[in-house]
Design a protein around this ligand. Structure first.
Ligand SMILES: [Fe+2]
Ligand SMILES: [Fe+2]
Length: 356
């Protein structure tokens, strides 16, 4: 049995205890190095949506509630939880308050990431009032974590002639937002990041957490960060770097130089979402692109969670998809990049029938 498979099965045991839930469990293990092993959970993109009065879209509430309750049952306890952004749908105090009411049921320290849905109504003012700074770093058991606000954009767009702050919010809220603007980290935060990383040894594993991908995937859907290359350049001198991001509501992985990229799933809906979701049309972003993998009888189709092993700093990511077959994206040490364990061509190394 290969080491990869042993690790995978070990991970499976952890997951079975947790059930199928829309969060990520991250196990960090650094073998012979000085770093300690630990795990953390990851919940993202709940899009809590206010209807009126004390009414909120129940489906999105249920996704977050389920993640929180399953997270509370995890044994061993994750060291902390990352919330990956898009807590709210339109960034109103009602939505943020309701989401934080729900999050109040979560045991453990939570590190929050700013999403565009949290930001573009009041430029993050209420979110920051409740949750603190939108970019920061911390060290945990030998790993350096950096959280960035990657959903800023050009000042001319942000401060453009919007009729109302809500008009600006809605222009950014769509998947294929024709009136939107590309995301970016921006010069001020890049300078902060440069100084923050200055004090970190190149052998220290670095995990960067953002809402949008710090790579350019597809500009039309804003799966994009305008200054991605500049951020990647700041990370270049480190031996092992992992970028974890939300926003895309789907499985994605990539390797650019020394940096492994992994997306996390949403607790709300998958992008693009199934046509069947149109029955709740008034409470969803406008359905412009239909997904092609919908199970119309299952409201949580293609939402899910992942467990991540960080072996010597590299990520092995195990996705548990609600009502779908599980998938694993495993770092291939020979090829030096992540590969999908089920769909990879060279199935000898990790048999495709291995799942839990
Ligand atoms: Fe989102
Ligand atoms: Fe987003």
């Amino acid at each position: 049995m290969s080491m990869n498979r042993r690790r995978f099965l070990k991970a499976g045991g952890t997951l079975l205890a947790a059930g199928t839930l829309p969060i990520s469990i991250v196990n960090a293990s650094f073998g012979r190095s000085a770093h300690e092993s630990f795990s953390f959970a990851y919940i993202s993109d709940s899009h809590i949506t206010h209807i009126k009065g004390n009414e909120f879209v129940r489906n999105w509430d249920r996704g977050l509630i389920r993640a929180i309750s399953e997270c509370n049952l995890l044994t061993p306890r994750p060291d902390f939880i990352i919330y990956g952004g898009d807590l709210a749908q339109l960034g109103t105090p009602e939505e943020i308050d309701h989401a934080l009411d729900l999050m109040g049921g979560l045991r453990g320290k939570v590190h929050y990431v700013m999403g565009e849905h949290d930001y573009y109504l009041d430029l993050g003012e209420y979110w920051r009032k409740q949750l603190g700074p939108d970019h920061y770093s911390f060290d945990h058991k030998g790993v350096h974590f950096v959280v960035l606000n990657s959903i800023l954009t050009y000042d001319t767009w942000t401060h453009g002639p919007w009729e109302t702050p809500m008009a600006r919010m809605k222009a950014m809220a769509r998947l294929d937002n024709p009136n939107g603007s590309p995301f970016m980290v921006g010069a001020a935060q890049r300078e902060w990041l440069r100084r923050d990383l200055d004090r970190v040894n190149r052998n220290t594993p670095v995990v960067v957490i953002s809402h949008s991908p710090l790579q350019k995937i597809f500009k039309g859907w804003n799966f994009w960060t305008e200054d991605a290359e500049e951020i990647q350049a700041l990370l270049k001198r480190f031996k092992t770097v992992t970028v974890l991001y939300g926003h895309v509501h789907q499985i994605q992985y990539n390797q650019i130089g020394n940096i492994s990229f992994h997306a996390v799933m949403a607790t709300a809906w998958p992008w693009p979402y199934p046509a069947s979701y149109a029955q709740a049309e008034s409470h969803l972003p406008k359905l412009t692109i239909e997904m092609n993998r919908a199970d119309p009888f299952f409201e949580r189709d293609a939402t899910g969670w992942q467990m991540i092993n960080l072996q010597t700093g590299n990520v092995d990511m195990h996705y548990l998809l609600a009502d779908n077959r599980n998938r694993s994206v495993v770092f291939d040490r020979k090829l030096k990049r992540p590969l999908d364990a089920r769909y990879r061509a060279d199935a000898d190394r990790i048999p495709p029938q291995v799942h839990f």
